[in-house]
Design a protein around this ligand. Structure first.
Ligand code: ASP
Ligand code: MG
Length: 403
């Protein structure tokens, strides 16, 4: 018994039946004697639909007004869930982000939580009310509404769990845990019982769409006891923690990210300062660069290639094209038909041969590797997008398939 934060995603509250199902799960937890704070996302595709509505009226709407609009999706969900909980005869209060004391910076569209003033929530808890909080939203110091970026409700939930020193933060979703690969695509994908924060962070960043990566960062920082589980079935989920004991597998998962593009800056002078110029231009546009590859200089020039989020490709190409002369490039090329496939596992730090097993699997599948990058606990390759699903299956078979 203690404080439990439960987060339910958009698909878990998509219609009346599901909202009632969530209400039953929440009230069961409450009836066991726990204090329950629930965080919900907007129903189903509401957020996408709102974006379409905005674009019909003004494709260049300010980020401030977009936040006013997008935050309404979560406000619908908190009211409906509170009504469902009322209908089961339990005491409940719904709170928007600002009512819940969710204070963020002013970076509209991808705001960061600065602090949570928890008095209101604590007050409701002390009256034994179930508290339902709108995810994904907060207010800045001017009292303007902000949103935390797509998928941000996970981060709202973890931040609340940290601020309330909750005993447990449960993220309920439409999958029943964290898998070794996308179970819809890879037949032998298995659910993990446990995964470390670092592994989860890599997987979340690399395209496994289970948890918002900032939520994992925050859970690690504040040691939040985190669990991912199904909102539809009552099954054990996956525990995310500092160290794992149960499964001693080398690799925890294979992830695919197709929301990326490769950019190559060709024939830049082989001199100090060139990479700096290129990447500071991108940084000035707040474009995140991932895998970077620089060729060996030949005849005084070299090529630099890197990947960026697909959504930033045009902005990246534009700024590089228009500044080509300042760093002396002959051409800027791009390719938006690539995918990044990665393996993640803390075990690879102490085991040689992981990279060779991965590359062997790709070679046997006849898949060409364009770029490679590694960190202590992951290896990523850039390949043709049309090969990506096959690559994931081949790599999964090499490391994770069991009889
Ligand atoms: N409703 C928001 C989105 O669709 C936030 C979330 O789902 O976590 O991105
Ligand atoms: Mg959503």
């Amino acid at each position: 018994m203690g404080i439990i934060v439960q987060k339910f995603g958009g698909s878990s509250v998509a219609n009346a039946e599901r909202v009632l199902n969530v209400a039953r799960r929440v009230t069961d937890t409450y009836s066991q004697g726990n204090d329950v704070v629930v965080v919900v996302s907007a129903q189903g595709d509401t957020t996408d639909d709102l974006i379409v509505k905005a674009k019909e009226i003004n494709p260049r709407a300010s980020k401030r007004e977009m936040d006013v609009l997008l935050s309404t999706g979560e406000q619908i969900s908190i009211a409906l869930l509170a009504m469902a909980i009322e209908s089961l005869g339990f005491p409940v209060k719904s709170l928007t982000g600002w009512q819940a004391g969710m204070k963020t910076d002013s970076n509209h569209g991808s705001a960061r939580i600065k602090r949570i003033d928890t008095e209101r929530i604590e007050n409701e808890i002390s009256k034994r009310n179930i508290v339902v909080v709108a995810g994904f939203q907060g207010i800045n110091r001017y009292d303007d509404i902000t949103t935390l970026g797509r998928g941000g409700s996970d981060t709202s939930a973890v931040a609340l769990a940290a601020a309330l020193k909750a005993d447990l933060c449960q993220i309920y979703t439409d999958v029943d845990g964290v898998y070794t690969a996308d179970p819809r695509k890879v037949e032998n994908a298995r659910k993990l019982q446990e995964i470390t924060f670092d592994e989860m962070l890599e997987l979340a960043t690399l395209g496994a769409q289970v948890l918002h990566n900032r939520s994992v960062e925050m859970a690690k920082k504040y040691r939040v006891n985190l669990e991912v589980l199904s909102s539809l079935e009552r099954l054990p989920g996956t525990k995310v923690k500092e160290v794992t004991k149960v499964e001693k597998t080398l690799i925890k998962g294979v992830a695919k990210d197709s929301d990326i593009a490769r950019i190559s800056v060709l024939k830049v002078p082989d001199q100090p300062g060139v990479a700096y110029k290129i990447f500071s231009l991108l940084a000035s546009k707040r474009i995140n660069v991932d895998i970077i590859l620089q060729s060996i200089g030949r005849d005084g020039s070299k090529d630099i290639s890197f990947t960026v989020p697909l959504a930033d490709k045009d902005a990246a190409v534009d700024i590089l094209e228009s500044h080509k002369e300042t760093f002396g490039a002959s051409d800027v090329h791009w390719d938006d038909t690539v995918s990044k496939v990665s393996i993640v596992g803390a075990g690879m730090q102490s085991h040689p041969g992981v990279a060779s097993t991965m590359f062997e699997a790709l070679s046997e599948a006849g898949i060409n590797i364009q770029m490679i990058s590694t960190s202590e606990i992951k290896i990523s390759v850039l390949i043709d997008r049309q090969d990506a699903d096959r690559a994931v299956s081949a790599i999964h078979a090499a490391f994770l398939d069991r009889e």
